[in-house]
Each structure stands twice: as C-alpha cells, then as structure tokens.
Design a protein around this ligand. Structure first.
Ligand code: B4P
Length: 190
C-alpha cells in the first residue's frame, strides 16, 4: 500500500496537490479539514462543536479527528492506499495513526512536507477567503493564529517522521504543476 502524509502549513497546497495525487496513484483522499467542513454544512453535533474552534483558527480535539480517521479507514478496506491531508497535526494524532495502520498491517510510506514562506501563505489564504468566503481565511489575525498553531503543535511532526526515516521536504513555491512534478518524482523513487 502507498500511504502518504501530505504535510505543510495552512495554505501550503496540501488540498490542491492531494487532488492531483489521488488520480495519478489511485489513492483515497482523507482530508480532516474537508470532513469537518462537511459535518458543519450538514449541521451535525460534531460540526456544531467544531465550527467555533475552526473559525478561530484553533485545532479541533485529537479525540474527534482520530475518531473520524479511524472510521474512514474502516470504511475503505480495499483501498490501494491513502493520502492523509491535514492529518496528523499533533504528536498524539501521529501516534494514533501509526497504531491504526499497524492494526491493518500497513504503515506510512512517506511524509511529503511542503515548504512555503509565511508571506506567501498569507497571500494565498486571503485570496481564497475572498473567493470562497471561508471564515478562517478572511482575516489576517485568524491566519496568524493558524500559522502559530502549526509552528507550535504540528511542525514538530517533521522530527517524528524523520526519526522513522520517512521525511521528504519539497519546495512548495512555483506553479501547481511544477510542485506536482516534484512530489511525483519523490513517490516514484520510493
Ligand atoms: P485544512 O482544511 O486542512 O486547511 P488548510 O491547511 O488551510 O488548507 P490547505 O493547506 O489544504 O489549502 P491549500 O494549501 O491546498 O484545515 C482547516 C482547519 O480545520 C484547521 O485550522 C483546524 O481548525 C481544523 N483541522 C483540520 N484538520 C485537523 C486536525 N488533524 N487536527 C485538528 N484540527 C484540524 O490551498 C490554499 C490556497 O492556496 C488555495 O486557494 C489554492 O488555490 C492556493 N494554492 C495552492 N497551491 C498554490 C500554488 N502553487 N501557487 C499559488 N497558490 C496556490
């Protein structure tokens, strides 16, 4: 199985590149951000709980997102592999993911970490905020909080995967196609 953690700060291009990778490698896309936003739009209890947290740019609790990923893994027993987009975001999530995959006799193949400078992230997210109306993209102080959460809680996962010899860092500035080519060449050489 090919199991990819697609990693990077908010606005790094994770969602954009995941959509290309799932087609090329026939993978199931698991984006915790997308799953949470669909819970919000359906008005579920979980969605109501998550909305105010996401609107502030904080991280939703580990318990909620680990439960979501666990049930999605169970629902896709015949998958060729998975792209984990926006998950894991904390060490507790990364440990839980390793254990869930071990239970299915598989493991993470690689962490592809997109590198993008903060000024470019802010520019991309404010643009998406204008185009899509996403509440957490509209205002610079919420974006700054998301970048802070990433630096404090999520970026340390690079060490977690580098200790397992699975980290690959990729320049995330350039055209969508250029970045896709960089990701493909790492995957093709695994
Ligand atoms: P996510 O939905 O994961 O949001 P994101 O990190 O902002 O998006 P992403 O990184 O995928 O966007 P992309 O770069 O593709 O999370 C939102 C919130 O959900 C979090 O803040 C948190 O509250 C909660 N959450 C989600 N997962 C969680 C977890 N595991 N634990 C706890 N909480 C969790 O796109 C950004 C923009 O850049 C787009 O407009 C795109 O068109 C543009 N872009 C992409 N590539 C580009 C390029 N090469 N050049 C120029 N623009 C580009």
């Amino acid at each position: 199985m090919l199991n990819i953690v697609l990693f990077g700060p908010p606005g790094a291009g994770k969602g954009t590149q995941s959509n290309l990778l799932i087609n090329k490698y026939n993978l199931v896309h698991l984006s915790t951000g997308d799953i949470l936003r669909s819970e919000i739009s359906e008005g579920t209890k979980l969605g109501v709980e998550a909305k105010s947290i996401m609107d502030r740019g904080d991280l939703v609790s580990d318990e909620i997102v680990i439960g979501m990923i666990s049930s999605k893994l169970d629902n896709n027993p015949d998958a060729n592999g998975f792209i984990f987009d926006g998950f894991p975001r904390t060490e507790a999530q990364a440990t839980a993911l390793d254990n869930l995959l071990k239970g299915k006799e598989t493991s993470i193949s690689v962490m592809l970490s997109l590198k993008v400078a903060d000024d470019e992230l802010i520019k991309r997210l404010l643009k998406r905020g204008k185009d899509s109306g996403r509440a957490d993209d509209k205002n610079e102080s919420i974006i700054a909080n998301r970048i802070n959460e990433y630096n404090n809680k999520t970026a340390p996962l690079k060490t977690f995967y580098s200790n397992q010899d699975k980290l690959s860092e990729i320049e995330g500035i350039g055209s969508v196609e250029e970045i896709a080519n960089r990701l493909n060449s790492v995957i093709d050489n695994l």
